[in-house]
Design a protein around this ligand. Structure first.
Ligand SMILES: Cc1ncc(COP(=O)(O)O)c(C=O)c1O
Length: 365
């Protein structure tokens, strides 16, 4: 073909998603498959959200609002920030990308942790920036001192992931405070808080406070994980109004659909349902970690809805063998951790069956 894509796009590696249920069914011939590969919620959406979704069908002929006032009000209440600090997006993915598109010029640097979510590298390449990966600390959390040591006059954006995917580790509050004091004012820090709900208050840095003090910080959140709306594609971000406004200009005007808006509104209103999911997730995570330790497998300390286990052998082979047993897990190979398997935390009844399969695959029983 004579027509060539931009070299940055041509060179982009394709995104590697977790194996889908359909692919797993096709590969194994099993109809009963459980997916623990993409950190989707096996508790499912709130019944209120599902009812709202059904009611949303009547809205489908209409364009959605660009920034639904009711949802913005609810998010303002959640965060304690005024509504003009909030932007909705087509998943956290869109907001992570918009931050780079709105703020980074070709040739400037974007720093991000590694191993971590692959979108940061992709976003950097997409805007023609120079990607600067910085290794995680020993604990699997973003190493904020190492990040700062890589900041130069040419750095425009830093992605942080708290808790980090695929380790689940979060950096401590004190490190965040020290980072904020040292990071230059002309560098945008984008905190990807896709798993922040699962992070206990004691270890959760106060990102909202940083926004209140006028720091160039954008906190990105999602309805895909705790709220179990991954298929609807809705996320949001918070930052100073003057920081957020350019993202809204660059966004597709109607990137957040009516069904997504209505399901998100209903989800935020159903506090008891998600309090129970959070409690059960924390308990199941603690239990799964303990069960892995009892079998001699170490895990990163996770504050997210997944546990990443060092299987000390090919993670891809283990994932293949687990699929044959009816469980899709994520080998962390594409993240650069070829002997680690990432397992989404599920209700304990599912995890009991999962561990039986695990023991069969790893020859424990
Ligand atoms: C760290 C991280 N950020 C963002 C996302 C994407 O979230 P969304 O579904 O809202 O685009 C994921 C999804 O796996 C993730 O792990």
């Amino acid at each position: 073909m004579r027509l060539k894509p931009r070299p940055e796009i041509d060179a982009l590696p394709p995104y590697v998603p977790g194996t889908s249920l359909e692919e797993a069914r096709e590969a194994t011939g099993h109809q009963r498959m459980v997916k623990l590969a993409s950190n989707e919620s096996l508790w499912g959406p709130s019944p209120e959200a599902l009812a709202a979704l059904q009611r949303s069908l009547g809205q489908v002929p209409l364009y959605p609002p660009m920034q639904d006032p009711q949802l913005i009000r609810q998010l303002a209440q959640e965060t304690g920030l005024p509504g003009d600090h909030i932007i909705l997006g087509n998943g956290a993915d869109e907001l992570l990308r918009l931050a780079a598109q709105a703020y980074v010029n070709p040739g400037e640097e974007i720093i991000f942790p590694t191993p971590s979510f692959s979108a940061y590298y992709q976003c950097a390449r997409l805007v023609g920036a120079s990607p600067k990966p910085v290794p995680l600390g020993e604990d699997g959390a973003n190493d904020l001192d190492a990040v700062l040591s890589q900041v130069t006059a040419n750095t425009r954006l830093v992605y942080l992931c708290a808790p980090n995917n695929p380790t689940g580790a979060a950096f401590p509050r004190a490190r965040w405070q020290a980072y904020l004091e040292r990071v230059p004012e002309n560098v945008l820090t984008v905190v990807d808080g896709a798993y922040l709900e699962f992070c206990p208050d004691e270890v959760r840095p106060d990102f909202i406070q940083a926004i209140r003090t006028a720091k160039p910080v954008l906190l990105v959140r999602t309805f895909s994980k705790l709220y179990a709306l991954a298929g609807l594609r809705i996320g949001w971000a918070a930052g100073r109004p003057e920081l957020v406004a350019p993202l809204l200009k660059a966004r597709d005007p109607f990137s957040v659909s009516w069904p997504a808006i209505l399901a998100a509104r209903a989800s935020l209103a159903d506090k008891p349902y998600f309090a129970r999911v959070l409690e059960e997730t924390a308990e199941a995570r603690r239990w799964l970690t303990q069960e892995m330790a009892a079998r001699g497998y170490s895990t990163f300390t996770s504050h997210a809805n997944f546990v990443t286990v060092d299987v000390r052998q090919s993670a891809q082979e283990i994932a293949q063998a687990m699929m044959a047993q009816g469980f899709v897990v994520r080998p962390a190979t594409s993240f650069g951790l070829p002997s680690h398997v990432r397992i989404t935390v599920a209700p304990k009844t599912i995890l009991l069956d999962f561990l039986d399969a695990w023991d069969r695959v790893l020859g424990i029983r």
